[in-house]
Design a protein around this ligand. Structure first.
Ligand SMILES: Nc1ncnc2c1ncn2[C@@H]1O[C@H](COP(=O)(O)OP(=O)(O)OP(=O)(O)O)[C@@H](O)[C@H]1O
Ligand SMILES: [Mg+2]
Length: 199
C-alpha cells in the first residue's frame, strides 16, 4: 500500500485503497516452472489484498487436481483441459468482483491463450504473470522433490525438464524471484496491480 502525508499532522499515513479497486474483479494467472514460486507469491498477495478489503480466491493447481480436475493426468490434452477448467471458474469469479489468483504451471501457450480469450470475450480482466525463475534455481529449491526424482529416473514428464514449458512471450508482467525475498517479489506484484487500478 502506498503512503500519503496527512496534512493535519504531517505524519505518514496509509493511503486507503480506492473503493473501485476493491470492487473490480480480475484473474491474475501465475505461470512458471515447478518450484518457481507461484503458490508462495499467490498466498502472500492474497493475504495483503484481503487485508485491504478485496474479495480474493486462490485457485491453486495442486488443489484443483484433487477435486475439480481429479482423474486428469499430465498428457498435453489433460494439461490443456485442466487449465481451461481453471480458467472457466476464474472468469466466473472475476466477473463477480473477485481477485482470482491462479498459481498454475499452465505450460502451453495455446491453453493460456484460450483462457485469455474467454476473459476478453466476457470483458473480464486477465493478467498473465510469468514467474520467471530459471530452471537451475527451481531444481535447487525442489520443494516437492520432483527434480530429484526425475534425475533419478523415478518419474518422467517434468515440466521444463523432460516435458515442454512454453514461456510466455508477451506476459503482462515478468516477476523475478532470483535474489529477491518472497516479500520483495510479492511487493512487485502488488505494485503492478496498483498500477493497473486493481489494488
Ligand atoms: N522471491 C521469491 N518468491 C517466491 N518464492 C520464493 C522466493 N524466494 C524463495 N522462494 C521459495 O521458493 C519456493 C517456491 O515454492 P512454490 O511452492 O511457491 O513453487 P510453485 O511455483 O508453486 O511450484 P509448483 O508448480 O510445484 O506448485 C518456496 O520455498 C519459497 O519460499
Ligand atoms: Mg504451486
Amino acid at each position: 500500500m502506498s503512503t500519503a502525508t496527512t496534512p493535519a499532522t504531517g505524519e505518514a499515513a496509509e493511503a486507503a485503497v480506492p473503493a473501485a479497486a476493491c470492487e473490480r474483479g480480475a484473474t491474475v494467472w501465475l505461470t512458471g516452472l515447478p518450484s518457481a514460486g507461484k503458490t508462495t507469491l499467490a498466498f502472500a498477495l492474497a493475504e495483503r489484498l484481503r487485508a485491504e478489503g478485496h474479495k480474493v480466491e486462490v485457485l491453486d493447481g495442486d488443489e484443483i487436481r484433487e477435486f475439480l480436475s481429479k482423474g486428469l493426468g499430465f498428457t498435453r490434452e489433460d494439461r490443456h483441459t485442466n487449465v481451461t477448467r481453471i480458467g472457466f471458474v476464474a472468469e466466473k469469479l472475476a466477473a463477480n468482483g473477485v481477485k482470482v489468483l491462479a498459481p498454475v504451471i499452465a505450460p502451453f501457450a495455446d491453453s493460456r491463450a484460450a483462457v485469455r480469450e474467454r476473459h476478453l470475450a466476457n470483458g473480464t480482466d486477465f493478467l498473465e504473470i510469468h514467474v520467471a525463475t530459471p530452471v537451475e534455481l527451481c531444481s535447487e529449491r525442489d520443494v516437492k522433490g520432483l527434480y530429484a526424482k526425475q534425475a533419478a529416473g523415478e518419474i518422467s514428464g517434468l515440466t521444463g525438464v523432460d516435458d515442454p514449458y512454453e514461456a510466455p512471450e508477451d506476459p503482462e508482467l515478468r516477476i523475478q524471484t532470483q535474489g529477491r525475498t518472497v516479500a520483495e517479489s510479492a511487493a512487485d506484484l502488488h505494485a503492478f496491480l496498483t498500477e493497473r487500478g486493481l489494488a
